[in-house]
Write a protein that binds this ligand. Structure first.
Ligand code: GAL
Length: 413
């Protein structure tokens, strides 16, 4: 073989393996705080010699991302990993497209550093196919202390009665009481906090985990919709279609007083340089102080033919589980580490509260999965429930009609 040919052949081999060592990662972290968090993972992978191919699909809650993912998998061109969570991991497992990452799990002793409730969700038929990133709490209320002060609200509301008194005062002071984005997943995010606050953890579990018809059609559920209907009265008329981070920005800049949102909102406050306790306040949503709605982000790995790509998956999984990443990522994201062995030192008061409340709620039965964020039921059922809630938010549907529709939607499989 002539030298020129050899060089050509070798460079082709190298070109091939360089391409194979790409990790293509589908995610929907595109807001300020989210992008900063995702950047930490990109950096770690780059430091390890992998080329990060960003497959970011904008849209809070990830609905757009899931549509994009389906199209790619169906066309036989799966990304290396995708942000998938909860029962959906099982749904993708059943399609036969997920990769076994037991090797990484064994080396990293995932069985001992992860809570069993989490590691169970990451496995399909006993084998690890996904890696968890964090724990988000959904049942939060965020507030701007200056807006509260100006309105004469001296503390964060802890009950729904207190909440409506505070909301009235904020409205009277000229600010928007509740910052919200009228998108179905955001409607469902508020709804599930209202349901938890009004009905308690047992009711929540019966209705949204067990899909128990008697809980779904109970007078408590009517009260939940009544309360949600009242909350609706404190949202501004321009909320339709607004992204969640823009709603958070309204609280940050003092246009609005409060927002119901998971603690990814804290990522926005942090990215804006705001300090908890001083520039913004966090508290459990009214009536939910002893409960904790969890939402665990994770990445599922998709089968790859190429050995280099498989190595990339193991490297990605190891990076995600490393205490270093768990710390940097979660500080930016507003969530808390999912694994043990990560120092609490750098975390702020809201994160420490999340850690303590999570530990307390897991002992008292107050720990519930977020159905709005894909943790509780299969995706088709979730979609049907969310549709009803969005319809209620965008029409003059009565609470009773909403209850009937919700109970029917819960039978969707
Ligand atoms: C959640 C997700 C969070 C955050 C949020 C807004 O479902 O778990 O990580 O990104 O949506 O997109």
């Amino acid at each position: 073989m002539k030298l020129k040919q050899i060089i050509l052949a070798t460079s082709l081999v190298f070109a091939g393996s360089a391409f194979a060592a790409d990790v293509e990662v589908l995610h929907y972290w595109t807001s300020g705080g989210e992008a900063k968090s995702a950047a930490a993972l990109k950096q770690i992978m780059k430091d390890e010699g992998y080329d990060w191919k960003d497959f970011a699909v904008a849209g809070g809650g990830g609905e757009n991302a899931m549509t994009a993912l389906k199209a790619r998998v169906i066309s036989g061109n799966s990304p290396t990993a995708a942000q998938i969570k909860g029962p959906s991991i099982q749904e993708w497992g059943q399609e036969g497209v997920l990769a076994n990452i037991d090797e990484a799990a064994k080396a990293g002793q995932w069985d001992s550093v992860l809570p069993k409730v989490v590691s169970d969700v990451m496995r399909y038929k006993g084998h690890y196919v996904a890696v968890p990133v964090n724990v988000h709490r959904v049942n939060w209320i965020w507030a701007n202390p200056q807006v509260l002060k100006k309105a004469g609200v001296d503390k964060m509301p802890t009950t729904w009665d207190e909440f409506f008194i505070a909301a009235d005062k904020i409205k009277k002071s000229g600010a928007i009481a509740v910052a919200h984005g009228g998108q179905p997943w955001q409607d469902a995010t508020v709804f599930e906090s209202v349901a938890l606050g009004v009905g308690g953890a047992d009711f929540y579990n019966k209705a949204f985990v067990k899909l128990d018809q008697s809980a779904l059609t109970s007078p408590t559920m009517v009260k939940v919709f009544d309360t949600l209907g009242k909350v609706k009265g404190y949202i501004d008329k321009d909320a339709a279609g607004r992204d969640w981070n823009l709603a958070t920005a309204m609280v940050i800049n003092g246009k609005a007083g409060m927002q119901f949102m998971g603690d990814w909102a804290k990522g926005e406050f942090a990215a804006a340089g705001k300090v908890p306790g001083k520039d913004y306040l966090c508290a459990a949503a009214p009536g939910t102080a002893k409960a904790y709605t969890f939402n665990i982000d994770s990445f599922a790995m998709f089968k790859q033919k190429d050995a280099e790509a498989q190595k990339g998956q193991v490297a990605l999984a190891n990076a995600i589980m490393s205490p270093k990443f768990q710390s940097i990522f979660n500080l930016n994201k507003g969530s808390i580490p999912v694994r043990s062995g990560v120092s609490r030192d750098k975390f702020d008061d809201c994160a420490i509260k999340s850690m303590d409340d999570l530990a307390a709620a897991s002992k008292t039965g107050g720990l519930v999965p977020s159905f709005a964020h894909g943790m509780a039921v299969q995706s088709s059922t979730q979609g049907a429930l969310v549709d009803v809630i969005a319809k209620f938010m965008n029409s003059d549907m009565s609470s009773k009609d909403a209850v009937t529709a919700l109970a029917k939607a819960a039978k969707t499989r």
